[in-house]
Ligand binder design. Structure first.
Ligand code: GAL
Length: 417
């Protein structure tokens, strides 16, 4: 049976199952990369909600923040004709798998739960293919955050910087005081995460959009991009010598323990603080990285790959229904550090950082300053994302000049398109 005919069978079975009451033993093998403290707690909440509804969860975690290792496993499984039922997936990758005919159609549950009424346009665009829902969004993660230890900053009389000049001044004071200014994990996706916040901060919203979304060659080769790499070079001087290869959550733990003053990372870092019982505004401070008014959006989804067998199809139907239910949207996102994908979840259980993310996302959408993350596969994926990451990490881990980095970036993006 070819992928296409299996696809048709799978899609029809899924559509039928979504509409009908559960009959079989709903089962779902779920491929994901949520293995850090906060991530594991959040995915456990989904497992428990699934089990509470009679579902059998088959856990398929692939360790490795940012998800590149998981993506390789997924490709191998699909090519072997053995796709998992549900996969944590993001951005343009959803479109690519849908185009390949590998994904089921979630229209029935989307209509039943009226997703169009509760999902922001930016999220609908990510999870719809040719007008149909092919993935269920579970959250909105903001990428452009600073996580700071107020006690450590106070040691040099500083507060969380609001401009990159202030960031550098504060970092220089911290260094002089023998304190690690920036906790960082030396992995390419983490270097790219910092890079894109600097692009937004140094260049602004329009520049980010031109360079990282529209791949405008003038913007990519501009003096502004040189200034971005100049700032990245400074930040290389603010990390500790042991940063290479460090996992992101271990860098978060350094801020938590007061071994470093700040980390730049998406709000999955808040999931780590929450898992450790830390209180925002007291034990740590959350602030957006210095920028005019941008908001870098990342959003995790689960796509239902075409699998056969009534149990699996029923499992997918139940999972899709659960993930966008208001209760689960609240439980999961409080643990994960993100905010709900749906806009009508009560705010009572969410902390100040989450409320700030919710409000900033709304005003960014209204003000047209809402931007997809490049590093986290919303604005870019595949070879183009790879090109950005390769150059950003090569520059960060060498003494490459900013001018050379810009020249390499222009060439790499040209090649990758
Ligand atoms: C992102 C993902 C987040 C978070 C992070 C670290 O790509 O969207 O949910 O888990 O990686 O692993």
């Amino acid at each position: 049976m070819t992928l296409i005919s299996k696809t048709l069978v799978g899609a029809l079975a899924l559509t039928t199952a979504l509409a009908a009451p559960l009959k079989a033993d709903p089962t779902a093998e779920v491929l994901h990369y949520w293995t850090s403290g906060g991530e594991a707690q959040a995915v456990k909440a989904l497992q428990e909600a699934f089990a509470a509804r009679g579902g059998s969860w088959v856990d398929a975690p692939v360790a490795g923040g940012g998800g590149d290792a998981q993506a390789a496993v997924l490709r191998a499984r699909v090519l072997a004709g053995d796709p998992p039922a549900a996969v944590q997936i993001k951005g343009p990758n959803i479109q690519e798998w849908a185009e390949a005919g590998a994904l089921g159609d979630l229209s029935a549950v989307a209509t039943a739960q009226n997703w169009d009424a509760v999902l922001p346009a930016a999220i609908q665009d990510i999870v719809k293919y040719e007008g149909n829902y092919v993935a269920v969004p579970v959250n909105v993660h903001r990428v452009d955050w600073i996580w700071a230890n107020p006690e450590v900053l106070a040691k040099v009389g500083a507060t969380v910087p609001t401009t990159w000049d202030e960031f550098n001044e504060t970092a220089d004071k911290l260094l002089a005081a023998g304190i690690i200014p920036l906790a960082h994990g030396g992995q390419p996706w983490q270097d790219a995460t910092v890079f894109e916040t600097v692009v937004l901060g140094i260049g602004g919203v329009d520049f980010y959009r031109k360079a990282l979304v529209e791949l405008d060659m003038d913007a990519l080769g501009s003096d502004t991009m040189v200034a971005v790499f100049d700032q990245m070079r400074k930040m290389r001087g603010y990390v500790d010598p042991d940063f290479p290869g460090r996992d992101w959550n271990l860098a978060t733990a350094m801020v938590m323990r007061g071994e470093a003053a700040m980390q730049i990372m998406g709000d999955w870092a808040k999931g780590e603080f929450a898992a450790a019982g830390k209180v925002p505004g007291v034990d740590y401070i959350c602030a957006s990285t210095p920028s005019e008014n941008g908001y870098l959006l990342n959003s995790d989804s689960f796509a239902m790959f075409n699998v056969s067998g009534e149990d699996n199809v029923e499992g997918q139907a139940l999972l899709a229904e659960l993930i966008l239910g208001t209760d689960f949207q609240e439980t999961f996102n409080v643990l994960k550090g993100s905010i709900p994908a749906r806009t009508d979840v009560p705010r009572d259980s969410f902390d100040d950082c989450a409320i700030k993310s919710m409000d900033d996302m709304v005003s960014a959408a209204e003000g047209n300053t809402l931007l997809g993350s490049m590093a986290h596969e919303i604005a870019q994926a595949g070879a183009v994302r790879g090109a950005f990451i390769d150059v950003a990490t090569a520059h960060f881990n060498s003494d490459m000049s900013s001018a050379d980095a810009v020249a390499q970036l222009v060439d790499a993006i040209k090649l990758a398109q």
